[in-house]
Design a protein around this ligand. Sequence first.
Ligand code: GAL
Length: 731
Amino acid sequence: MRTILPFNDNWLYAPVQHDLRVPDSQFQAVTLPHTNVTLPYHNFDYTEYGFISTYRKRFNMPKEGKDRRVYIEFDAAMIACTVMLNGAKVGMNEGGYTPFRFDLTDHLKRGENVLQVELDSTERPDIPPNGYVVDYLMFGGIYRDVRLVVVDSTHVDTVFARPRDVLTAPKLSADIRLENVSRSDRAVSVRATLHEFRQRSNPQIAVQTTTALVPAQGALTATLHFDDLANIRLWTLDQPRLYSLDVEVYADDALIDTESTRFGFREASFKDDGFYLNGERIKLIGLNRHQTYPYIGAAAPARLQRKDADILKEELGVNIVRTSHYPQSPHFLDRCDEVGLLVLEEIPGWQTIGDADWKGISLRDVEAMITRDRNHPSIVLWGVRINESWDDEAFYTATNALAHKLDPTRQTGGIRNFLESQFLEDVFTYNDFSNTIVEPTHTPHLVTEHNGHMFPTKTFDNEERQVEHALRHLRVQDKQFGMANVTGAIGWCAFDYNTHRELGSGDRICYHGVMDIFRLPKFAAYVYESQIPAKVRPVLRAATFFTQGDRSEGGNDPLYVFSNCDALEVYVGDELHGKYTPARDLYPNIPNAPFVVTGLGLLAYWGHRYQELRLVGLLDGKPAAEQKISANELPCALTLTADDLELDADGSDMTRLVIKVTDRHGNRLPLAITAVMLEISGAGELVGENPFPLVGGQGAVYVRTADTPGTITVTARAPRLPSASVTITTS
Ligand code: GAL
């Protein structure tokens, strides 16, 4: 049987190059995922994480390892590393976004072993995405999970579960690649069981078996077929049902390996007239996501990764995310599978193509990405071109051919920003910065970016700019919904992100998100959220702070209310100001057009008539959602909210603590620029700035658990406001 041993804890770390003779006392204890340096959320430079560091781990030969092979598997490390075991080199890796594994067996000894990783987190120009300027930061560290995998010398290398004919006569083919590192051929039998994937029990559906002779120091792929899967249920956006294929390998009647693969049954295809999921045409509306976070760079544990997928699906209501511009965390993709969020995943790169060796690494990225991720039902398109690079026929012919060979079930795209570029992929994926949608020159056509640098917007910009930011997203999305030859549009981008000095607003942030770097909404987020069907939940969000004198010339005219309700009543004080229907005349195509409220100009409301605003959204004539905004309210509450109240006491689990200063109805006050003092006690630590100066009246820090269970209490204080506390339990 295979044993998987988590290998995230008890590492030693030093932010310099150390050889084996340097004593442990020169290192600090850390748990993975780990950032090589903790940073502020802005105003720092890439040189602060661009250095060579050393990770060391002492461990005993696992008891399961006797007579078996022991591999170490890194989900990723940024950006190049050499791994040594007991002084011997076991391998090196170049590339910071894909997994790699090394066989430790021949260098393992009884008793204590010393593993040492020399990690180069400089911007190595020979490794994608580097080579020239890149509009994002890579950060450094062993920033994803690490594990030991203990297996027989003959074991499962990869499994590719390929559903077929899912709409007519569902079938499954499973390619099981078996590897034999021993010196003799091995006769095995393989048994694969198809299960429903459930949290508690996994009811069995069907079993198939075969036999194989796996050549010595070689590999062989056995393919098993499951036909007649008539009762299979499809993976859909509303009900993303998952299955698992559990493979067992036997030799001489003894079970020698097991491997479980989760996947789903769905048919996804981009056609000239739209994107089809399970035969149904769906307009794609999405956002790009960078994997970086404030303070911790890319070193976010599973819970934060999963939360991003939840934010995209539930708070922003999009149906597709692009993992710009690299393969992202397996935890994020797993969650996309679970919540029903489509994914366009692409290889690392940004505008630059390097030399032949660089391209070699990029081709390895294609292979590593697809081999790792082709069982995710959420992934519907591979991006196999360096984002916005120039044409390179030979290189991109090769990336496309490799993608199709590794995964004949999915189409490819290649993200470009010029219409004349050579079209070597299946889908013409285009970054469209025209502030509208250009007429496609090739189909299928998917817009993979819009907005972004065209209109950077901060949560502390004035209201007019924040409204215009929202309207720019609205106009582009409305336009694409009216074009049958455009499969969808993925906006730039979900969250503000850290970048280099050549890009962004000078403080090393690109303020391109519809949410800020803390994943808190700007008005533009409401354009997306309001497309959630009303039957899922009613949405009503006013794009205003409802002041009398902040907009040019004063007043609040016009006032946009993003909503999925079918009618709106507007009250100022107790007086009904007016009744509205969605502005279909202005936005004819998008599923839910906003309400445009007029007559709230300065002349009407200057002075005594300026009172509380109350918005009531109606569905079928009945009140379904309400928002109240105080009339120029002073700070009323300091709020502190944890995304999770129960965490794992593993030394790496984290949750976000959102801090806001609000009016009496819970609306953030964007000009509440106050320093919030935080105090923490108990089984965890704060990650973030303390005191924390609010950004647009809001912001966030994180809590990381200790490796002993207990409770964590955090208290926030700000001048002139009651303090706020939150208590988290860890186990
Ligand atoms: C694109 C690029 C993105 C981001 C964006 C900003 O050209 O692909 O990574 O830089 O511009 O709008």
